[in-house]
Design a protein. Structure first.
Length: 275
């Protein structure tokens, strides 16, 4: 009896903390699309270079290296999870300090990259006509698949890193088996707003810069290849999601037809018995 009362009191206190959890989830989940936004603007700076000091250049290289490493691991994990259909690895969940370290590193990299983002906004809004034309030539279907893939990557970031840290901070314990629809809605709405505000216009530079350099017979950097690789891995993830959704609806349609046929056959048998 006392245990049930304690559980009710705990749930009541948790319900009061839910708004703080949602706010924390929405803000920390934004770190991933902000990372893509920072890298896309950084790729533009290779076309329209910005003069910086040697110290700032070294710090930027270290910042970008750490950010690329973490994002690549998250993207690969998302692709493997979508292909295998298995739940995420709970290695980080059993060692919450790793989640804290990863979250701190990404937050520090994005915060340090804000300076570069502000510098890039001072550039001309149309630095190269070739970039604009190349972005217009991209298929809408590719953009849709990238949008879906990037949303899946953001969900992976939320489940593997953000949620364990937020739950442990707000509730004092990570609720692994409890993932509410409200949390998914908050992540989806946050991503949608970020996409509508900036990402839809600027994230294409991840792949467009490399394609324009290739057409102009300009040497490609390692960063250009990484940007191109991350973009199309997200496209593949989006393609897998579309394929799974189509397969699900096709299976549901086939099951509905089979059930309707079985119902008709049973009706015919009953009618024959009556005759």
């Amino acid at each position: 009896m006392e245990g049930e009362i304690a559980k009710k009191n705990t749930r009541g206190s948790w319900s009061l903390l839910r708004p703080f959890q949602m706010i924390s989830i929405s803000l920390l989940s934004l770190l991933l699309p902000l990372s893509f936004l920072f890298l896309s603007r950084l790729s533009l700076s290779s076309v329209v270079p910005v003069t910086v000091s040697r110290v700032s250049s070294f710090l930027h290289q270290a910042d970008v290296g750490v950010l690329y490493t973490i994002l690549s691991l998250i993207i690969i994990s998302t692709l493997i999870n979508n292909l295998s259909g298995k739940p995420e690895c709970s290695l980080l969940h059993s060692h919450l300090y790793i989640c804290w370290i990863v979250l701190f590193l990404v937050q520090a990299c994005v915060a340090f990259g804000i300076e570069g983002m502000i510098m890039s906004t001072t550039m001309s809004t149309n630095p190269d006509e070739n970039l604009f034309l190349a972005s217009q030539e991209r298929w809408v279907l590719v953009r849709v698949m990238f949008f879906l893939g990037l949303h899946e990557v953001m969900l992976m970031w939320f489940r593997v890193v953000v949620k364990p840290v937020v739950d442990d901070t707000v509730f004092g314990v990570y609720m692994e088996e409890e993932e509410r629809w409200s949390e998914r809605v908050v992540v989806a709405v946050t991503f949608g707003l970020m996409w509508w505000w900036r990402l839809r216009d600027e994230v294409e530079s991840l792949v467009v810069v490399a394609e324009v350099k290739r057409k102009l017979l300009t040497s490609l950097d390692g960063v250009d290849f990484l940007n191109w690789w991350m973009y199309y891995i997200c496209v593949v993830i989006g393609l897998v999601k579309i394929f799974k959704a189509v397969s699900y609806f096709v299976n549901m349609f086939i099951l509905t037809i089979k059930r309707s046929r079985k119902g008709c056959e049973s009706c015919v048998v009953v009618d024959v018995d009556h005759v």
